[in-house]
Design a protein around this ligand. Sequence first.
Ligand code: HEC
Length: 152
Amino acid sequence: MTNRTFAYLGILLTACSAATDPPPQSGIASELQCENGAMMTFADLHAQVIGPACTGCHHGGAGGTAPDMSTAEKGLASTRGVASIGYAKTLKIVDPGAPHTSTMMLKVLGGDLKGFAGPNGETVGGGMPQVGTLSTAQKTAIRDWICSGAQP
Ligand code: HEC
């Protein structure tokens, strides 16, 4: 084939994928895909998941662990677009639209121990919450929030 044929094919492929919802990304686990997600705001996520399951440890007071997620405002400011504190600095704690490069999502799915490291094998440590468990619906809510662009 000529170079021109390749260029034409490239345009066709781009046009096709743009016409659908985000297509499944190859090599990324289904738990980390953004297909068919619901809209989720951080205000709702904080009320349903972060407040009950995470703020016992993740608060700014004595003995608290970063990121401080004690309120919805602080939780958003200390996670959205913020570089990972303890792990690979190329990953974000929350990478809007990208659960597979968000340490929060990778750790909530069990982290390295369950095979949820970064896309290039970056370590994210163990799972979250460190004490307690999340329901599948709560894990899905975190993914939906990240996939919805990690909005307030
Ligand atoms: C019992 C205490 C405890 C609870 C509950 C807890 N965490 Fe953590 N979290 C920690 C500790 C300690 C660290 C630091 C060590 C580590 O990263 O594994 C941490 C680190 C983190 C990090 C930092 C990752 C990075 O990139 O540096 C994130 C994100 C996180 N937790 C999310 C959560 C979420 C979401 C919840 C609730 C579903 C939660 N944690 C519940 C103790 C806790």
